[in-house]
Structures are given as C-alpha cells and as structure tokens.
Design a binder for this molecule. Structure first.
Ligand code: 5RP
Length: 234
C-alpha cells in the first residue's frame, strides 16, 4: 500500500481479502479462525453467510467476537480435523514466509494452521514485503525466563513486550535482530529450550495468500494443492 494510504483504505483491502477467502467456506466445514483486525472482517462476512460451521478460535478475542456474531465456536479438542484455517499476517515474503504474532496469538495460530488441511492468509497490500524484517514475535515459557532470554540474546536482541501473558501463560517478547534467512532463524529459535513458539511461519504451512490491493484481490498460491501433498500428515 502506498505510504499515504489511509486506515480506511487498509480496512477496505482487508474486507476484500476476507470476502474472497470467505467464499472458500462451505456449509458443514470446520474452520480455524485466526486473530487480528483482518480476521475481524472475516468473522463479520462469515457470520453474514449463515452457514452451518464448526469453528476453532485462535484467541479468546476471536472466540468472543465470533460467538457474539453467532458463529459456533468449539473447543479445539472436540474437532478432529480442520478443513480450512484463515488468518492474517504482519508480513509476507515473496517466497511465502510469514511473520505473525503482532497480536501475540502466534502459538495457537501456528497450531491451528498446522492442523488444517488448507491454511489461507488474508492481508492488505502493506503486508507483502521484499524481505522479512524485525520484530519477530516470540512466546516464552515463564519458567527459566532469564536463562531463555540469555540464550536468545546470543542470536540477537530480544525485548519483552508490555502485554499480558498469552492465554497459555507464555511471556510475549520480540526478537529485534536481522531476519536474513528465515529458515535458519526459525531453526535457531526452535533450538532454544523455553521458546514455546516463534512468529516465523514457513511456506510449507501456507496454501494461498489473498492480498487486498485497492479494489482488487490478488490470489497468490504458495504451495498449490497443499492438502493433496500431505496425505500422511499426523
Ligand atoms: C495475531 C496475528 C495477526 O494475524 C497479525 O498481527 C495481523 O493482524 P492484522 O490483521 O490486525 O493486521 O498474527 O497474532
């Protein structure tokens, strides 16, 4: 989106992306609902379609908003599979890596995305970037926090975010160092005990990105027919 774009323009683009993604949803589906302002648009559009759905929410915020709109939200444990998960993102790289967790919900979001047959990302035109940049959100276990932070700071600077703990008790931080190679960085985070989850989502998770741009929606396939490529997914 151009620097001069207004909040209204961004909201319009989010709405368009949400509307396009909502068209993938059919009655009888189980749907994973992400978190954030773009997902708020999705909830509104989905509720308006009055489909018979079983939804899983990635945050208490989304759960409350979805229920208030009349969507049926269930405990994750009661749904054996998720047909489609739809979520926003903070950044999308040209090769399909995402940075997520601006709303501190990235751990549950990643679990739901990984559990879905198809994960679709909805963003406004400010989110696609030439290369990923900090901050990268982190959720850390409260136990041993200082020790975890010391290990993480060998990778790069990390700052604790001034927000409440996650619904699972995790401490929310942001990595502020360079993000030159997302796969390498994701591996480095994964290797630190105490890191519950980080906000780098690999392209393998993502089926398609819907980008609202002006009055159009650009559909960018990341891993076409991802569901067909993972028949043995546990
Ligand atoms: C929450 C997220 C959101 O999807 C991300 O921050 C994008 O939010 P928005 O749709 O408000 O721009 O990862 O943890």
């Amino acid at each position: 989106m151009p620097q001069s774009a207004t909040v209204d323009e961004a909201e319009h683009e989010k709405r368009l992306a949400a509307q396009a993604a909502a068209e993938l949803v059919e009655s009888g589906m189980s749907v994973g609902l992400g978190t954030g302002t773009t997902v708020a648009q999705l909830l509104d559009v989905l509720a308006g379609r009055r489909l018979r759905l079983r939804c899983v929410a990635t945050s208490p915020r989304t759960e409350q908003a979805a229920r208030a709109l009349g969507l049926a939200v269930e405990e994750f444990g009661t749904i054996e599979r998720i047909d489609l998960a739809i979520d926003g993102a903070d950044q999308v790289s040209p090769d399909g890596w995402l940075v997520k967790g601006g709303g501190a919900a990235h751990t549950r979001e990643k679990i739901v995305a990984a559990s879905a047959d198809r994960f679709v990302v909805i963003v406004d035109s400010a989110k696609p970037v030439p290369s990923l940049r900090p901050p990268v959100p982190l959720e850390l276990l409260a136990f041993g926090l200082d020790s975890t932070l010391r290990r993480l700071r060998v990778i790069g600077p990390v700052r604790r975010r001034d927000v409440a703990p996650s619904p699972d008790g995790g401490v929310i931080c942001d990595y502020l160092g360079p993000v030159e190679d997302p796969a390498l960085l994701a591996g480095a985070f994964d290797a630190v005990p105490g890191v519950v989850e980080h906000g780098l989502f690999p392209p393998e998770l993502v089926a398609e990105v819907f980008v609202g741009r002006g009055d159009m929606v650009e559909r960018v396939p990341v891993i076409p027919r991802r569901e067909a490529t993972r028949p043995d997914r546990p």
